[in-house]
Design a protein around this ligand. Sequence first.
Ligand SMILES: [Zn+2]
Length: 486
Amino acid sequence: MQSKQDVINWIEFNREQFIALADAIWEKPEISMKEFFASKLQADYLEYKDFTIKWDLGGLNTAFVAEWGSGKPVIGFLGEYDALSNLSQSRNPFPDPLIPGEPGQGCGHNLLGVGGLAAAAAVKEWLKATGSTGTVRYYGCPGEENGDGKVFMARAGAFDDLDAAFNFHPSSINSASKGSTVGVKDVIFRFHGISSHAGSEPDLGRSALDAVELMNIGVNYLREHVTDKVRIHYTITHGGDLPNIVPSKAEVWYFIRAHKPEELEEVSERIFKIARGAAMMTETRLELIIQGGCSSVLSNHTLADLQYEAMQVVGPIRFTAEEYEFARKIRGHFSQKDLDESLQKYFLPKYPQPYETLKDKSLAAENYPAMDEGEIGTGSTDVGDVSQITPLSMLDTTCEPLAAPGHSWATVAASGSSIGHKGMLHAAKIMALAAIDCYSDPVHLQKARAEFIRSTNRQPYQCPIPDYVNPRQYENPERNKPKLIN
Ligand SMILES: [Zn+2]
């Protein structure tokens, strides 16, 4: 196994194994931080492939790193496995929950994780066959949807010695990103007042709910005076118990998002000031609880270009007539207006020419260079924190129909289908080839590092989660069970 074609062939030869792993995780969806089965399944597979496993990264008991090889360079593939609540869905191309109320792979993380695992396994075979120096890692990262798994792992130094990192996300196009996303801060504002009879002795009470409401009014006025990419959203998680009791406790939960880390800090400080003001106005006490957060994504263009070169070697995805039909059926369940709007807003601004050339507008099988340079998405991901520590490239591959909404039944159905499987294997091949280029020729990593240093302005990584915040923890019932693969 010396050539790039050998690596592609190895992944193809083992495709049924990888599909079986992705399907097993799809069939047993687990929500954030409770990915007991998925993490063990992946770790057992890599252990069987002679990787050394280390558990509990960052104090998270569904986080692990699998490592093979020795010395520099050290290249890591990032994986995820968490599902989304209430999105249970069969493999049918129409809304059809398997068990209503149960979770489903609404973001395709069953594919995301196994794609990275397959790339790591292929790179290991190549390192071994060629006798090349270097270390390959697969990071099993829990809680991307909720819990900021990678941020806790980053805070614990799990990515510090990486020379480069790759990750992919199921999408509706094949392209490595040069865009960015905003960072987020996850904060609870809890106000403590004094309860009293709201009818007979309201003068004795101090309402914590008043504080929440006044704080929200203040923040809603602040919106006028922040930049375009700032997003602020909240829900009131506790507002008191009965109308005739002045609420002594009330709580509001905020996500604050901004692109540049310093802007995120600045906007957060202004919101904290408003909260303190609300407490002062209502004579209540403020408890400010930072629960989590993540940094904006720095896409490494050098690595994105390497992935595009790898795509030329791999070629387009070959979807069958049945798969196009399946994608058309899924799209048929959304209104044409919604599909058009999604296309106009999210796809066409980045990929105008590719869209023109698509023969079938339901699935995008071709490969495209990065076309999102300078774009800043207003969602957030904990991949951002890894990208602030080491050169990182995010790859999208086609695992779902064009313009079908994310976090929906449609993504769950596609992630369990052969469309998702093909997109996952496509990603594994592209990432593996790009990594092999990095091991083979040090110039690529030197270039990627120089670019990284320029884009971070030599500022060291600042973890958005303070040291005193602990991750959510659950007892892992799978850990001591016999191996799932041996
Ligand atoms: Zn996702």
